[in-house]
Design a protein around this ligand. Structure first.
Ligand code: DAH
Length: 339
């Protein structure tokens, strides 16, 4: 038995020294030290030994076990070190290779100016509200004092889904939805998408982004409209901006006006930017028509209000001197990266 143990020790030492990787070390551990291993099967025969022999052989068996365990550990450490050494040699880093660049996006110019605009109006106590893009004819036209067959409908080429449902052609329906839900005082702006069946060119798109505004309370006058919009324009384009109001017509406001800003390029002289006009039209506005208030169960004898609507695209084109609307929607990064 003593010889058998010694044989196991030297055989294990030889095989361990020859092991090439962790896997073969593990199978050697099972082979020698495992439950069905060689050492265990010898120890199982201890019963056959005489009482004098037993402690001697027991001691030797423990020594052999300890020896194999130590050898296993040593060999494992050696193999690990060798593996690391090999990796360090083969996996060299080529510092001259180009790195991976993570492109950082930036805000779309429409979003930059919209965010600025929201800040300005929030600063004046306005709330931001939104409405659906697929809208009932009633909200898009009828409640805004544009009945069926009214000629004002012709100015808005409309995508009809059926007789009663349209893709909204303006953000003005949000006025109605707001007044139905909320009683005065009301101070809201409503940005969003609208749709018109227009052909695409440098200044037209079937999809664009107006911003609607509505104020309703007791005692609101045209002076409030003028003051609010003048403050807005000065915050957006600078304190030295000059504005003028020009009479106009919208079915949902009475009286109605358009607001022009004096051309900041030529200061009213007339140039290419303002097409020789000296002024640039920015928005439509007016005092909310009494019929529109009444349509929303707000008594026009008690309350009055003003509303306005402007095109975001136009504001942004003016801000950055962009001459083609299509650039906003083409998603060409060479264009978008400039803002
Ligand atoms: N909805 C108008 C349009 O799309 C813009 C507008 C003009 C909105 C005057 C208003 C307003 O609220 O008072 O042409």
């Amino acid at each position: 038995m003593k010889q058998a143990l010694e044989a196991i020790r030297s055989q294990a030492a030889k095989e361990l020294a020859a092991a090439e990787n962790q896997q073969s070390l593990e199978s050697l551990r099972v082979k020698y030290l495992g439950k069905k291993g060689e050492l265990t099967s010898i120890l199982k025969q201890m019963g056959k030994l005489s009482p004098e022999e037993r402690p001697v052989i027991g001691q030797l068996a423990n020594d052999v076990r300890a020896f194999i365990e130590q050898d296993l550990e040593k060999r494992s450490a050696e193999l690990k070190a060798a593996e690391l050494e090999k990796r360090l040699q083969t996996e060299t880093i080529d510092v001259t290779m180009p790195g991976k660049r993570h492109e950082l996006g930036c805000k779309h110019p429409l979003s930059i100016v919209l965010d600025e605009l929201k800040e300005i109006f929030i600063g004046m106590g306005f709330e931001i509200v939104e409405g659906p893009e697929v809208e009932l004819d009633y909200y898009n036209f009828e409640a805004l004092n544009i009945p069926k067959n009214h000629p004002a409908r012709d100015t808005q080429d409309t995508f009809y889904i059926n007789d009663n449902i349209v893709l909204r052609t303006q953000t003005s329906p949000v006025q109605i939805r707001t007044m139905e839900k909320k009683k005065p005082p009301i101070r809201v702006i409503s940005p969003g998408r609208v749709y018109r069946s227009d052909a695409v060119d440098a200044t037209h798109s079937p999809l664009f982004h107006p911003i609607e505004g509505l104020v309703v309370d007791k005692g609101i006058t045209f002076a409030d409209l003028k003051g609010t919009l003048e403050v807005f324009v000065k915050q957006l384009y600078g304190e030295d901006s000059v504005v003028r109001f020009r009479p106009h017509h919208f079915p949902f406001t009475e009286p109605s006006a358009e607001l022009d800003v004096q051309c900041f390029n030529c200061h009213g002289e007339g140039c290419r930017l303002c097409k020789g006009e000296g002024w640039i039209e920015i928005l439509g506005c007016g005092m909310v028509h009494p019929k529109v208030l009444a349509n929303c169960d707000i008594d026009p004898e008690v309350y009055s209000g003003f509303a306005f609507g402007m095109g975001l695209e136009r504001l942004v084109m003016r801000r950055y001197n962009i001459d083609d609307l299509r650039l906003f929607y083409e998603n060409d990064v060479r264009f978008l990266k400039q803002f």
